[in-house]
Design a binder for this molecule. Structure first.
Ligand code: FES
Length: 293
């Protein structure tokens, strides 16, 4: 029996009796990828056996930490490992960034959300910024396996904030880099890189964007004039991740949806971005205060 099955916390059972790992989950490694961005790899065989591109997990470092939703950047069904990229923005993600091999997480629940729709569409542009650079990797890989031509577009404020170029190159037909300070690539960000591709005659059949809310909003706005279907992976505040608390509600096509169970992937042209951006902003200020303390 694996150690995560032996050690249980009573609190844990409340959330994980249906899915996810039934106890504490061992950290296999933690690798810094760029300033403030880290890759956490844990032993989570149940999640690894079921997870599909687009789904996410909720982790909690200890019983006192808040629950953090993380998209999954990679998994290995054979060895039962799952990897997530996270950004250190507040107290809980700061604690995640202190973990080392052999430590245990109090909660690791998943897979949550619906798998991303995958098909053979032709040419698909997959855009990622920040933690999303890691999250687009399994998406690009799955799209390539479906027979699509895959263009991965990554963005960062500067070259030193980019990572996993080699991994993305292995599963993409083309990787386009963009940096705000123009230290690498020709465009300032992923939306501009995408517009440049389209205006240079590249035919794009579908766009998938994962990253900060503002980046996904800009991607959706960039493709709206071209009517290219654009799927975004929304990351509103989440608490239970099971459709019970209502914290993750978003408005899509005039209807209220819960990102944790109806998403997290939605048509970017249907999302009420004003509402979503306002709610994210309120939360980030609170996170910054908490980290400061
Ligand atoms: Fe509670 Fe989605 S996180 S309803």
């Amino acid at each position: 029996m694996t150690d995560e099955k032996i050690i249980n916390s009573s609190n844990e059972h409340q959330h994980s009796h249906d899915y996810g790992e039934p106890g504490r989950v061992s950290v296999l490694r933690r690798d810094p990828l760029a300033p403030n961005l880290q890759l956490l790899t844990v032993r989570a065989p149940i999640v690894a056996s079921k997870i599909q591109p687009g789904q996410f997990v909720i982790v909690r470092v200890d019983e006192h930490s808040e629950r953090i939703p993380l998209t999954v950047a990679d998994w290995d069904r054979a060895d039962g490992s799952v990897s997530c990229v996270f950004m250190q923005v507040g107290t809980s993600t700061y604690k995640l960034g202190q973990l080392k091999a052999g430590d245990a997480l109090a909660t690791f629940v998943g897979p949550l959300g619906k798998p991303l729709e995958l098909d053979r569409w032709g040419t698909v542009a997959v855009a990622g910024g920040c933690y999303g650079i890691g999250s687009i990797y399994p998406v690009a890989r799955a799209l390539k396996e479906k027979g699509n031509r895959v263009i991965s577009i990554i963005e960062g404020r500067s070259k030193f904030l980019l990572y996993w170029l080699d991994r993305l190159e292995a599963v993409s037909d083309k990787v386009v880099i963009s940096t705000r300070d123009r230290s690498a690539g020709d465009s300032v960000d992923a939306p501009h890189a995408l517009k440049d591709l389209v205006t240079s005659g590249e035919r794009i059949d579908r766009v998938i964007a994962i990253g900060c809310t503002f980046m996904m909003y800009l991607m959706a706005e960039a493709t709206r004039p071209f009517s290219v279907k654009t799927i975004v992976s929304l990351n509103p505040i989440m608490i239970d991740g099971t459709g019970m608390c209502g914290a993750c509600r978003v408005s899509v096509g005039g209807e209220t949806k819960f990102a944790c169970v109806d998403g997290p992937d939605f048509d970017g042209h249907q999302v009420d971005w004003d509402l979503l951006l306002a709610r994210r902003k309120a939360y980030l200020n609170h996170e910054a205060d908490s980290a400061e303390r």
